[in-house]
Structures are given as structure tokens and as C-alpha cells.
Design a protein around this ligand. Structure first.
Ligand code: ZN
Length: 363
């Protein structure tokens, strides 16, 4: 039966029912309708947030890189606001809470010694950490990371902020895009339960020297020996030249085949490299972001990132300079890659080539 026929039949039936009601019943019904209408009109935005559908990754990037978040400086109001916002996203997706204490809303506090800072010795920030439990190997973990902090309004003593102190560094590509990527992965695995447990870690203090990642590796909520892989996302939106790098496969070449397969149908080209042991050889990105503490501790990693661009660490790293189709292609590729790795670990993929060193870095 076509839908409109059903509606018509129901409409006639309900009108007949109302016609047959007593006045009292009609008044009760009227009151009920008015009550529902008022509830809908006067509901406070905060109260209804739990029932709102989770935003698209693009909206997550837009929100974090808006002026209201002030450039997300560690321990600054914009940084604290970002931390809360990401916790809310995790809550909406019903991720397991891997906060430092139960009921702390995914929060793992972080104290950063800011030696360069003129106004304080210790900055208080925090990593945001949630998890989806694996269906087959819940005691084996893939940790996906992206730093949410950025340069705030440019610190007086920052090597990068000097020229633009006082201007908000929105950091849309660096690294609101990576946080959007972590969120896209959480959304995906919520719908498609992973075989291994997946930890979603939004780090703080990266711009101050990978502080959040170092602290997580030094004091992880799960045994580090059981972490199969770190997938780090840092600047994943501005693939203006049509390519994105997967760094780190030099140490575990077995990662290349599944990554290649995942990128097969992507609009972006996936490139391997940039992972020489010495920083100045071939523009190595081995030590530039949060994957490095994992690597030092012997955990295999893949770091996704695009080439530098003229807005890198400038106040002009804004969402208006990001092409949405490219951003979506990047999200799709990253999701396909992690899904593929989760599917193949222990099946066709084992990472035994590299020596697992155990150097836990000091935060
Ligand atoms: Zn970054």
C-alpha cells in the first residue's frame, strides 16, 4: 500500500475518533498537544544536546578552528573549551571512558613545564581518551591520535608565533583536521565494531614538544605491550597537491600492502616515506609529531599528514582555505586504512620485522 494511502486512512480514522470524544477528553488531548509543543519550543540547547545527531567531521573541524576556541593554546580558555567539546563528542558516541579516574569524562590531566613561558612554570591541560572495545581481540589495541592544541594567539616566546602575537592561530589544518579524523574513525567504528580495541586519543601540548603523547606513553591506561599500532593524524586536510603521506612503514613494511589496498579507490595518492632515521635526511618527519613517543617506545606507527603549505603555523590556517571534497577524501582514506589494518592484524598482517625497543620518553 502506498504511504499516502495509509496516511489518509489514518487521518480519517483519527478524525472520527476525535468527533466521538467527550469534551473533557478533547480538552485533555488539546492540553497534551500544547504541552508537547511548548517542550519543543522552550528546550534549552544544552539540555537537548544528548539527543542531537552527532555532527559531521567537517563541522567538528569548523567548530574547533573557529575564533571562539581562540587557537586552542594549552591551558588557555580555548584549550580548556576544546577539551570539553571533544569530551562531549565522545559522550555522544558513547565511547568508553579512559580518563585518569572513573567518571572524569575522558580526561587525563597533563602538567606541562613551560620553560619558555614568561608568566608561569606549569601549564595545566589534558588529553582526552576514549575507547571502543574490540569484538575478537579486546586486549589488543590500536591507538589513534591527533593533537587538539595549537598556538593560541601566538606566544611571545614561541619560535613560530613571534610574528603574529595577538592574532588567533585557528589551526584548521593543524590540527583541527586530525581531531575531526579521530572523530570520523570513532563514528565509523561505532557503526562497524572493530576486531581489536580502538583507543581514540586527542592530545594536548603537542606544540610544546609532544607533551601529551609522551605522558600517555609513560602512563598508559592499557599495557603498552598490547598496543599493536599507533595511527597519528596531524594536518590531514590540505592535500592541495592531491597526495597524503603515510610515514613509518619503513620500520614495518608489512603495513604497506593493506594501506595500498585501502587507498586503491581513493581520490588521493597515498605516498610512503619521510621516515629516515635522521631528521635532516630527506625531510624526515620521524620526530615531528605524536607518533614519535610511540616509536621510541617500540610501538609501530603510521603517521598520516600532508605536505607543508604557506599557512602552516600562521594565523591564516583557516577552514576557508580547505577544500571540502579533498577533506572528505582524506577522511575516507584514513577510515578505510584503519578498518583494513584492524581486519588484517593477526590474519595476513603481523609486524615482526622491526625490533621493539622500550624507551619510554619522559614527559
Ligand atoms: Zn600539528
Amino acid at each position: 500500500m502506498p504511504l499516502h494511502a495509509q496516511e489518509t486512512a489514518f487521518g480519517i480514522k483519527s478524525r472520527l475518533m476525535i468527533d466521538r470524544m467527550s469534551n473533557t477528553a478533547r480538552n485533555v488531548l488539546l492540553f497534551y498537544f500544547c504541552f508537547c509543543a511548548c517542550q519543543a519550543v522552550f528546550a534549552q540547547p544544552g539540555e537537548s544536546s544528548d539527543v542531537l545527531p552527532p555532527p559531521a567531521p567537517w563541522e567538528v573541524m569548523r567548530t574547533l578552528s573557529s575564533d571562539a576556541f581562540g587557537g586552542r593554546g594549552t591551558a588557555e580558555p580555548g584549550g580548556q573549551k576544546s577539551r570539553k567539546y571533544i569530551s562531549q563528542l565522545y559522550r555522544q558516541l558513547d565511547l568508553l571512558d579512559l580518563g585518569a579516574a572513573e567518571g572524569t569524562a575522558y580526561d587525563r590531566p597533563l602538567a606541562v613545564k613551560a620553560r619558555k613561558s614568561a608568566w608561569t612554570d606549569t601549564l595545566h591541560g589534558g588529553n582526552v581518551c576514549g575507547m571502543i572495545r574490540g569484538s575478537e581481540n579486546p586486549e589488543r589495541y590500536i591507538v589513534v591520535t591527533a593533537h587538539y592544541d595549537h598556538l593560541g594567539e601566538g606566544r611571545a616566546n614561541s619560535a613560530y608565533g613571534k610574528r603574529h602575537v595577538g592574532a588567533i592561530h585557528n589551526g584548521a589544518d593543524d590540527n583541527a583536521s586530525g581531531v575531526a579524523g579521530v572523530y570520523a574513525l570513532a563514528q565509523y567504528f561505532r557503526e562497524h565494531p572493530p576486531r581489536h580495541s580502538i583507543i581514540f586519543l586527542a592530545t594536548d601540548g603537542e606544540e610544546l614538544g609532544l607533551k601529551g603523547a609522551k605522558q600517555w606513553v609513560a602512563d598508559p591506561p592499557v599495557p603498552l605491550e598490547q598496543v599493536l599500532l599507533n595511527v597519528n593524524l596531524d594536518m590531514v586536510a590540505r592535500a592541495d597537491n592531491g597526495s597524503i603521506w603515510a610515514v613509518g612503514t619503513r620500520f614495518h613494511k608489512g603495513l604497506r600492502e593493506p594501506l595500498r589496498a585501502a587507498a586503491d579507490s581513493s581520490a588521493l595518492e597515498l605516498r610512503f616515506g619521510r621516515d629516515a632515521r635522521v631528521n635532516w635526511v630527506g625531510n624526515s618527519w620521524l620526530a615531528v609529531s605524536d607518533h614519535y613517543p610511540f616509536h621510541r617506545a617500540g610501538v609501530p606507527f603510521v603517521y598520516f599528514g600532508v605536505d607543508d603549505h604557506p599557512d602552516y603555523h600562521e594565523p591564516t590556517d583557516d577552514i576557508e582555505r580547505i577544500d571540502r571534497a579533498t577533506f572528505e577524501a582524506s577522511m575516507d582514506l584514513i577510515v578505510a586504512a584503519v578498518a583494513k589494518l584492524d581486519a588484517e592484524f593477526g590474519e595476513t598482517l603481523t609486524l615482526t620485522e622491526g625490533k621493539r625497543r622500550r624507551i619510554v620518553p619522559k614527559p
